[in-house]
Write a protein that binds this ligand. Sequence first.
Ligand code: TXA
Ligand code: MG
Length: 317
Amino acid sequence: MENLATQTLLPDNQGLKDAARILSKGGLVAFATETVYGLGADARNDRAVAAIFAAKNRPSFNPLIVHVADIARAKEYVEWSTQAEEIAAAFWPGPLTMVLPLKANNGLSRLVTAGLSSLAIRIPAHPIALRLLKAFDGPIAAPSANLSGRISPTTAAHVAQGLDGRIEAILDAGPCDVGVESTILGFYPAPTLLREGGVAREDIEKIIARDLAVADPKAPVNAPGQMTSHYAPKAALRLNATATQHNEILLGFGPVDCALNLSPDGNLIEAAANLFHHLHVLDAESPKNIAVSPIPNVAIGRAINDRLIRAAAPRDQ
Ligand code: TXA
Ligand code: MG
């Protein structure tokens, strides 16, 4: 892999202009969204999209989310529906991705969808991400800006830890608010939850006035990137821990005695925002294994548990 001099760009007019120019030339720019940092490339440029897979060591069968500035642009790429309209009105811009049928002659690189006939698309709610989309004036393909299988980044420093020297630039807009990736919703044709994330399942069910179907995790065609082991810190992780065992430190939730606390008040939104950051800190500093307090499996707690279960899963290496 080429050794690039990765620039850090500020989230001001000049930084946005530079970031848009790098994207236009087929370069890679990591940028903040409200969920996690994304690794962006021009979604119409095969070479640029291929460079995302190379920089992340990402298996190329795993398709990417396309980010757009507004609904009119989303409609250029996917077959729209009244259901999509209802969901977009409620949650866009925001941490929700819809998987919809890909339109013919869409102009996107086929690498983005990894050959599928559907496209994952969202409008992010971060003001700098939206300004970048407008400055670039095109669709940005962006997975999370981490090496494949590792902890997702919620700060520019996390991005640099994994991708320094592998990408052209990082647009540093501070820490991400939500802290876990977007919720992914497919229509098959029933609205189906493909990934828990920043929008709570309960809130989507209120809007569609019915229960969501949940994708069979063994049907990889529905959510090809849902690898069992993901978000993995170097240390082993043990979940639902009420006390530490030998050689463990506790990642706490609620009023517990611990090394780092996701939310001393037991607030799930705060815990999601802290999740990847705390895992990065414990991963960098501690040779010990990590025990994690129980997290209630409601609202965004479901996304936290999903990420923790993957982080704790047995790995290949
Ligand atoms: O919050 C987020 O969603 C972040 C920010 C940067 O937007 N992005 C993100 O991307 O989490 P990534 O690539 O780490 O995860 C995207 C997931 C993968 O599991 C992928 O398999 C799935 O979306 N996906 C993409 N296209 C799909 C499609 N057409 N059908 C089903 N799943 C799809
Ligand atoms: Mg990811």
